[in-house]
Write a protein that binds this ligand. Structure first.
Ligand code: GLP
Length: 254
């Protein structure tokens, strides 16, 4: 198993660790291609990056690629992932929104859109660092339990538990879309480096499951055990179901 686990006291601390490492990477690779996730977990990463930009970090040549998008939300909808990433990542960094790539989930033909996004990613030269969150059922992107490990960007159906978890952003469950476009697990696995951020007790069981060999389709994040360069940067609550031996095996750094 090659996943390294870094445990920090709070979600803010985990975000700072990742944000500073990303800033360093961008300094060394000004044309970096960074894969970006949505949800509340990565927000402290994006705040750290914006702070580094205020201090002089140049992100003008970086390309940003989203993991997924809800299907059918009108453009500019506050819960669309394009809107989320413009508001929480691009605007605070004062970055050109044209450098943010997202799948076209408004198209009449979502399957074609999925293929086009897969091609865009393949032609990009490859993601250098992919940021991931994790769902309480272990999903990454919108790859729900049961998604094949060899999946490419595709149209996905959200599980009831994911729609329920995400309904906190929409106000009510009926407004949460049922379909999405998401990078597949094989697409995500092509990134050179992957960093997964998680915080809170409700993520503890997904984190423990993701680290428990062997990888299994029932817990999509467990596919990351097969990746050569993956870090989990998690807070103490998210680490609460890992035993000490697990942390040692995975190289935990407290
Ligand atoms: C959504 C996103 C995932 C994200 C998950 C967890 O389902 N598609 O990429 O990891 O939410 O979100 P949060 O960090 O808010 O718990």
């Amino acid at each position: 198993m090659s996943i390294s686990v870094i445990v920090r006291r709070s979600p803010n601390d985990t975000g700072t660790v990742i944000g500073l490492r990303l800033a360093q990477f961008i300094k060394e690779h000004p044309q970096a291609r960074i894969g970006v996730a949505t949800g509340s977990s990565p927000l402290p990463i994006y705040r750290t990056l914006a702070h580094e930009v205020d201090k002089g970090l140049d992100v003008s040549q970086v390309s940003w690629y989203a993991l997924d998008e809800y299907a059918g939300l009108p453009s500019g909808h506050p819960q669309s992932y394009r809107f989320f990433l413009e508001k929480n990542l691009m605007d605070p960094m004062k970055a050109n929104p044209d450098r943010l790539h997202t799948p076209d989930a408004l198209s009449q033909d979502l399957h074609k859109s999925a293929d086009r996004y897969e091609e865009l990613l393949a032609d990009s030269g490859g993601i250098d660092i992919q940021i991931l969150g994790i769902g309480i059922n272990g999903h990454i992107g919108f790859n729900e339990p049961g998604t094949p490990f060899d999946s490419l960007t595709h149209v996905g159906e959200l599980t009831e538990s994911t729609r329920l978890a995400n309904s906190r952003f929409f106000g009510n469950l009926e407004d949460v879309p049922t379909l999405c476009l998401t990078q597949g697990l094989a697409t995500i696995m092509r990134a050179k480096h992957i960093v997964l951020i998680a915080g809170g007790k409700n993520k503890a069981s997904a984190i423990a499951g993701a680290l428990l060999p062997p990888p299994k389709r029932a817990l999509p994040a467990s596919v990351l055990q097969n990746h050569p360069s993956t870090w989990f940067v998690i807070d103490e609550e998210a680490a609460s179901q890992l035993d000490q031996s697990n942390k040692e095996v995975t190289g935990s750094d407290r």
